[in-house]
Unconditional design. Structure first.
Length: 371
């Protein structure tokens, strides 16, 4: 079945830039080590906040993908959404307590704009039983949770706010599995959704390049920045081959796997950037940085490979492919951990992981082209 591709509008790209800015602000929570490591609470706050921000992006993106026709009210509400997103991004700081109130109000406004858009659609359909009504129900529950968080701040129950935000993340992630309504998969434009995720991920890779730019010291040339760039570009190459080249975009799918995997793809790219910044901080605990890099890379490759169910016809990731990818990963990890505290061993081990996995995916794509 031929799927009509829905074009990505320029204002959607503008919207992505604001959210990548918000995600980049999060590195301020974890790029200042104490004793060479990231304090556990800061790391936990980073993860929760990142999931919240990505969910807010996805709520609006899903609406545009399903129903957006860019009428005047779409433009007005996306502008309100973006203004709230910028306010939200600027609340992010190491002083978590000062972040609660403005952050949760900003999130409530952002989600409120999406609820209004779905309400307009439900009115057009004269029904609350379809996907629009289903989304209103889910978002109303999430908004209620944020209202509770705001009330906790007002009435001095600050210790509960972070856990209420955790509940908001879980509600947004799992309610779609339990509150389904009469969902028609035909309203989802899979090619448009893939392109939106690709653009957000590419901009995130751009932030990674900005993060490693400080290593390019023109007064003190060495190979470290070149190795760092090769790490990022081979990760990017793996993503492009897996998501853009090997996947069949012309399909009708609910696309939950695509959505959830990209949460972890974005977070893992950001954590790789944080690993670079920790190296450059001067206060390096190589055990911590090495484990952080290894976990980030493993999560990244598992997340992109999770989308193998969308492969084109006659493309299959074999057990041999997975074994080779595992071998490169284990070899790289071994070099990083055996020669701990050696910067070049850290970089070479990381490169073995990224180059090895890139080469396997590239060979998979070349084989597809020749068949």
């Amino acid at each position: 079945m031929e799927i009509t591709k829905k074009p990505v509008q320029l204002i959607e790209l503008f919207y992505d830039l604001i959210f990548v800015y918000a995600i980049s602000q999060l590195t301020g929570l974890i790029n200042e080590p104490i004793g060479g490591i990231i304090p556990p609470f800061n790391f936990f706050a980073y993860l929760i906040t990142c999931f919240v921000i990505l969910q807010a992006w996805l709520y609006f993106t899903n609406y545009v993908n399903r129903y957006g026709q860019w009428k005047w009210y779409d433009y007005v509400l996306v502008c309100v959404n973006m203004i709230a997103a910028i306010f939200m991004a600027n609340t992010i700081s190491l002083d978590w307590a000062s972040m609660y109130f403005a952050f949760d109000i900003s999130m409530l406004i952002m989600l409120g704009t999406v609820v209004i858009l779905y309400a307009i659609q439900a009115k057009k359909e004269k029904s609350m039983s379809g996907a629009a009504g289903n989304s209103i129900t889910i978002l109303s529950i999430v908004c209620t949770i944020y209202i509770i968080a705001i009330l906790c701040h007002i009435f001095d129950f600050e210790d509960y706010v972070i856990w209420i935000n955790v509940l908001a993340v879980l509600a947004g992630a799992f309610l779609p599995f339990f509150i389904r309504g009469k969902f028609n998969k035909n309203i989802i434009n899979f090619p448009h959704l893939v392109e939106r995720f690709e653009l957000l991920t590419i901009i995130t890779f751009g932030e990674a390049v900005v993060g490693l730019a400080e290593f390019f010291d023109v007064t003190n040339f060495n190979v470290v920045p070149i190795l760092l760039f090769l790490i990022v570009i081979t990760m990017f190459g793996s993503y492009v081959i897996q998501i853009h080249r090997l996947m069949q975009h012309n399909r009708i799918e609910r696309s939950l796997r695509l959505m959830f995997s990209h949460y972890f793809i974005i977070i893992s790219i950001n954590l790789v950037t944080v690993s670079f910044e920790l190296i450059n901080s001067g206060e390096v605990n190589y055990w911590f940085v090495s484990i952080l890099m290894i976990v980030s890379l493993v999560v990244f490759y598992i997340s992109i490979l999770a989308n193998k169910q969308y492969y084109r016809q006659n493309i299959k990731l074999t057990k041999k492919d997975l074994l080779l990818m595992t071998t490169f990963t284990v070899l790289g990890m071994a070099i990083m951990l055996i020669f701990i505290s050696n910067l070049y061993a850290f970089l070479i081990g990381t490169l073995i992981i990224t180059v090895g996995n890139f080469e396997i995916l590239l060979m998979k794509y070349k084989k597809y082209l020749t068949e």
